[in-house]
Each structure stands twice: as structure tokens, then as C-alpha cells.
Design a protein around this ligand. Structure first.
Ligand SMILES: [Zn+2]
Length: 240
């Protein structure tokens, strides 16, 4: 997972750690996020878990805190709904223990996302790219829903069959790849604009992690900068 103390856009290969199930930093330097059990326990619980993202994204947090269900008022929400996005309410405090991590994983189940009510969100997917795109979509969907309610009229949203159809049409695997690649290009433009070179990690992920055949968990961080993630390590995001 990424080292603590850095924003997501600041992550370089040197700021990525290999963390054991008990929280030991096996490779990499810097501080380790205290909420690592979110990631380790979901990775342990989900056979399809290739990536887990946890952030404190403001619109999604606000939506969950308001007690509102996520509604497919836009394309983005159809990635998740139906079924309803699960809500973890055991605590709004940090997830610091493996027991809490297990309970978050149980709340997530086989879904793409779970609201940690009054805390944040967690998304999971077969790859880090898919989990990351899911986190972006969830925040976008919550933002769209907030804007919709701002008109104070009578909102409409897709029923379940239409939402599922939209999911198939809009968020098929190739489209998720395209969204990821767009996010990478946008980050590169931002990096160029600010004169930094902080996108090597992201670029490598975009170009090198599509071959699931090489995916093997827990082999450790590779030394080659050409493939800093190794694509075989369950790389985990952790947002501020
Ligand atoms: Zn958190």
C-alpha cells in the first residue's frame, strides 16, 4: 500500500510498501497507514481482490452520513446500484484492528463498494485499476446526486433493469480501462504543468497490469523500476 503522509497524486514507486497481513512493512520505507486492516482483511476475504481503495472522499461521506441511499441519477451510480451500496456502521472510528477489518470486509461482501458511514469509502475490484476507477465513480455519483437534490424538484433515476443495462453498456471492462487511461493522462498533464515527475507509478500500472497471468500475491516488491509494482503484489491505495 502507499506510504502514509503522502497524497495519492504524490505516490512514486519509492513510496509504495509491501505490508504483511499483520501490518509489518516487509518492503519499502516511510510510515505505514494505521488502517491497513481494511486492505489486508478485504484482500484475505475476497478471492477476486486485486485492489482495495480507501479514501475519505467528501461527497460520498456526506451522502452516507445523511442516511441517503446512492441512487442512479447519473451514469456513475449505475456501476454500483443495484444492489444498494452496503453501509458499515459498527464504528465511525479508524479501522485499526484485524477484527474491525474483517467486519468491514463482511459488510462489503461481494460488492464493489461500501460506505464507512461518518468516515469514508472502500472500493474493491479484480485489479487496482478497477478499484481506483470505482472510487472515482462513487465520488462522482454522490456529487451528482447532491447536485440533483439541489434543484429541489422531483428527481428521477433509473429503475433496476435500466441501471443494470447501463452498467453493461457503459462500464464494461474496456471502458473501465479507458477511464483509467484517461485518469493517467490527466495526471500526467497535471504533473507536466507543475513540473513534477510523479506519475511513473501510475503509468506503470496503466501499462503493465493487464496480464492477470502474472498476478501472484505476496511475492514482494520487485526491484526493477520498469515494473515497480510487479503486478503480482496486491497494491493498495489509501487516501488521505
Ligand atoms: Zn479512513
Amino acid at each position: 500500500m502507499k506510504a502514509s503522509g503522502w497524497g495519492l497524486e504524490e505516490i512514486t514507486p519509492e513510496r509504495v510498501q509491501l505490508v504483511s497481513p499483520s501490518g509489518e512493512v516487509l518492503q519499502g520505507t516511510g510510515g505505514r497507514h494505521s488502517e491497513y486492516p481494511i486492505h489486508t482483511e478485504i484482500m484475505a476475504a475476497r478471492a477476486d481482490g486485486g485492489g482495495v481503495v480507501h479514501t475519505h472522499s467528501p461527497y460520498a461521506v456526506a451522502l452516507a452520513a445523511a442516511g441517503q441511499p446512492l441512487l442512479p441519477v447519473s451514469h456513475a451510480a449505475t456501476y454500483f446500484v443495484p444492489p444498494e451500496v452496503p453501509r458499515f456502521t459498527d464504528t465511525a472510528d479508524l479501522i485499526l484492528t484485524s477484527d474491525l477489518g474483517k467486519r468491514v470486509a463482511a459488510s462489503l461482501g461481494s460488492a464493489s463498494a461500501v460506505f464507512l458511514v461518518n468516515h469514508g469509502i472502500v472500493t474493491a475490484g479484480p485489479t487496482l485499476q478497477v478499484a481506483t476507477v470505482a472510487a472515482v465513480l462513487l465520488e462522482r455519483a454522490a456529487h451528482q446526486q447532491w447536485i440533483t437534490h439541489g434543484f429541489r424538484s422531483w428527481p428521477t433515476w433509473s429503475d433496476a433493469p435500466e441501471a443494470l443495462s447501463k452498467r453493461d453498456h457503459i462500464y464494461h471492462p474496456q471502458a473501465l480501462d479507458q477511464v483509467w487511461n484517461y485518469l493517467v493522462r490527466r495526471l500526467e498533464r497535471l504533473s507536466h504543468a507543475h513540473g513534477s515527475g510523479l506519475t511513473s507509478t501510475t503509468r506503470t500500472l496503466a501499462g503493465g497490469c493487464h496480464d492477470r497471468a502474472v498476478t501472484t500475491r505476496g511475492r514482494g516488491l520487485p526491484s526493477s523500476r520498469a515494473d515497480p509494482m510487479g503486478c503480482g503484489v496486491p497494491i493498495l491505495c489509501h487516501g488521505l
